[in-house]
Design a binder for this molecule. Structure first.
Ligand SMILES: Nc1ncnc2c1ncn2[C@@H]1O[C@H](COP(=O)(O)OP(=O)(O)OP(=O)(O)O)[C@@H](O)[C@H]1O
Ligand SMILES: [Mg+2]
Length: 333
């Protein structure tokens, strides 16, 4: 049974027909706080990017806490609706696709905490079979689909059979949650910090699994992370997010070998080399800074930028194409 969404659509979508995903000028505004302290922030602010249909890739969204990465993921998955802009998946608006079985099979999420993905009272194999059933995969094929997806993540049915989530390691469980996502043979995985809760020693095996899924199964992956080291290793392209905006985007080699945006330069310089398990954290109290930067009129980074000019505080920079990547910075006008 072909479980994929149709690759071509008999509609008049034109160029977009050729895309796996198109995010076009997407903004998501949230209201934070209450009463007098109420304020609005654009958690995702005029974001655009696209992914090709027949060219599987790993696309990383990176940036410090509160930059809008998870909100972007939720918008793509249809868990949140954009305030403005549009998102299309294989040529169809997400607004139309959300909740539809075919769409949910084709784009699967993998979450940060595998212990939360599974019901602690349910045996792992039961959960996987139920997933196959809930997605209404052909009944006769369900056992095969479960076995094959476990195999794809380097596990066997024997290893998970009759086990409860608490009897597995974080690494094994995250593999299993990736297996769960693969049961429906998806074209796109949205993975939000998938390795941050896993033992540092097991992290690379999951990252390598992503690489293999792309190369051997043709699965595209949106990889959300704080960790530029794994992003560099695994991704094809990267978008650096800051306060809801993409400030630099291009091939991972271009962007991380020679970052042009002062914010990317800061992020790169902040990679914690001694302890890869440590998350990148700003040395400035984030909540205060967050409110200020979201509200800033010019460049969101102008308050922290070592290369700030007068214009940066007055006008939002455009996206400039420089050395094969886009960079949202007045320095490159
Ligand atoms: N449902 C919501 N209501 C109000 N504000 C929200 C909501 N969801 C997210 N936000 C705010 O939007 C901003 C971006 O949050 P988001 O979770 O997308 O960031 P993130 O980049 O994923 O951060 P982290 O790296 O910590 O996971 C934050 O200021 C957050 O508090
Ligand atoms: Mg997040």
């Amino acid at each position: 049974m072909n479980t994929k969404l149709k690759k071509t659509k008999p509609t008049n979508i034109g160029v977009e027909e050729a895309k796996l995903l198109t995010v076009e000028n997407v903004t998501k505004v949230f209201t934070k706080g209450q009463g007098l302290a109420k304020s609005k922030i654009a958690a995702v602010n005029n974001v655009s990017f696209s992914m090709e249909l027949d060219q599987p890739e790993i696309f990383t969204l990176a940036g410090e806490s509160g930059s809008g990465k998870s909100t972007m993921a939720k918008l793509i998955l249809g868990f949140e609706m954009p305030t403005s802009g549009r998102i299309r998946y294989k040529g169809e608006r997400i607004a139309k696709l959300k909740g539809k079985l075919e769409f949910m099979r084709d784009m699967q999420p993998v979450f940060q905490n595998p212990f939360e993905t599974f019901n602690p009272l349910k045996k792992i194999d039961t959960y996987l079979y139920e997933t196959a059933k809930n997605f209404r995969m052909a009944e006769a094929e369900q056992p095969q689909l479960v076995e094959k997806s476990l195999e794809l993540v380097g596990l066997s049915l024997a290893e998970v059979k009759d086990k409860y989530p608490s009897e597995m390691s974080g690494g094994q469980l995250q593999r299993t949650s990736i297996a769960r996502a693969l049961i429906t043979n998806p074209s796109l995985l949205i993975t939000d910090e998938p390795v941050s809760m896993i033992d540092a020693s097991l992290r690379m095996s999951i990252i390598n699994l992503f690489k293999r899924l792309k190369e051997e199964q043709g699965v595209s992956i949106i990889y959300i992370t704080h960790d530029l080291a794994t992003a560099y290793y695994v991704s094809d392209r990267i978008a650096i997010m800051l306060r809801g905006q993409i400030v630099e985007m291009g091939s991972v080699e271009k962007v991380l070998d020679k970052p042009l945006h002062p914010y990317t330069q800061l992020l790169k310089a902040s990679i914690p080399t001694p302890d890869p398990a440590h998350k990148w954290v700003s040395d400035i109290a984030l909540s205060d800074l967050e409110t200020k930067e979201f509200a800033r009129v010019g460049c969101k980074f102008s308050g922290r930028c070592p290369k700030v000019q007068t214009i940066c505080k007055e006008r939002e920079p455009e996206n400039y194409m420089v050395d094969g990547r886009s960079v949202k910075c007045h320095l490159y006008k």
